[in-house]
Design a protein around this ligand. Structure first.
Ligand code: URA
Length: 248
């Protein structure tokens, strides 16, 4: 039998972090008589329309603040409905170094900023170890909303958020991108590699023909918290990053 604290922790880990009332109730739309599930083809069309809409909104945004406004008005990702806050990004809009993670977690969802929980604290220490100030970098994620219970994002969720990440990169124009974990590296290189295969190797992200930004995949700090023995490899990756930016 769980005690009250354990029960609340269990709810939190499942993504239930808001109390709507004292009595349980079934949410339903006013006037709805039966549950209507769109057919798979309708869902695919809705996904394609949302991606098109995202790309159009991104094209219009000429600055990070305009892009953030566009995200406020964007309703093409259902994660926005379950998240507490939009986690757009944090840092210097003209940063030389851009860090990209996967998706906000519980702490980020509460604060509206990326990498502010345990993973963020480790990331801050790793940056400080090579003399990088967090406020002089830019930090963001593929997804701008927390998936409930921190579940793995679906490919449709990644696809609809990707135009916003790509536009951020066009506007920030970083000299270097650090992908924290395989999902971020794979989303930007359009490949399907494991992090153990690509970490520490310089890859390339091309925002437009003829333009190439060096991209360094490394372990996600959450992985390092679970596997501290791998921190030595990350240290080498960060030394490679330090060498690259000092040569710029
Ligand atoms: N993990 C991520 O990938 N991003 C965050 O912002 C926090 C944890």
């Amino acid at each position: 039998m769980m005690n009250e604290k354990e029960l609340l922790e269990w709810y939190l880990s499942a993504g239930v972090d808001v109390v709507c009332g004292d009595e349980p109730f079934v949410a339903s739309k006013k006037g709805a008589t039966a549950e209507v599930r769109p057919a798979i083809t309708d869902l695919a069309q809705m996904g394609a329309a949302a991606c098109k809409n995202a790309r159009e909104m991104c094209e219009k945004a000429q600055s990070l603040s305009e892009l953030e406004k566009a995200v406020e008005n964007f309703d093409g990702c259902a994660l926005k409905l379950t998240a507490n806050k939009t986690v757009f990004g944090d840092g210097d809009a003209h940063a030389k170094v851009l860090f990209v993670g996967e998706a906000p977690g519980g702490d980020e969802d509460r604060e509206g900023k990326p990498f502010v929980g345990r993973s963020g604290h480790l990331l801050n220490k790793m940056m400080a170890a090579i003399g990088l100030e967090r406020s002089k970098c830019y930090i963001t994620n593929i997804l701008m909303w927390r998936p409930p219970g921190n579940r793995t994002p679906t490919s449709a969720e990644v696809a609809v958020c990707l135009p916003f990440l790509k536009r951020k990169i066009e506007l920030i124009k970083p000299s270097v991108i650090v992908a924290l974990g395989a999902p971020a590296a794979n989303a930007l290189t359009d490949e399907e590699n494991s992090i153990s295969k690509i970490r520490g190797k310089w890859l390339e992200y091309s925002p437009q023909p003829g333009v190439v930004i060096p991209l360094l995949p490394t372990y996600h700090p959450a992985y390092l918290l679970r596997n501290p023995a791998q921190k030595a490899k990350s240290w080498f990756d960060f030394l490679r990053l330090a060498k690259k930016i000092s040569n710029d």
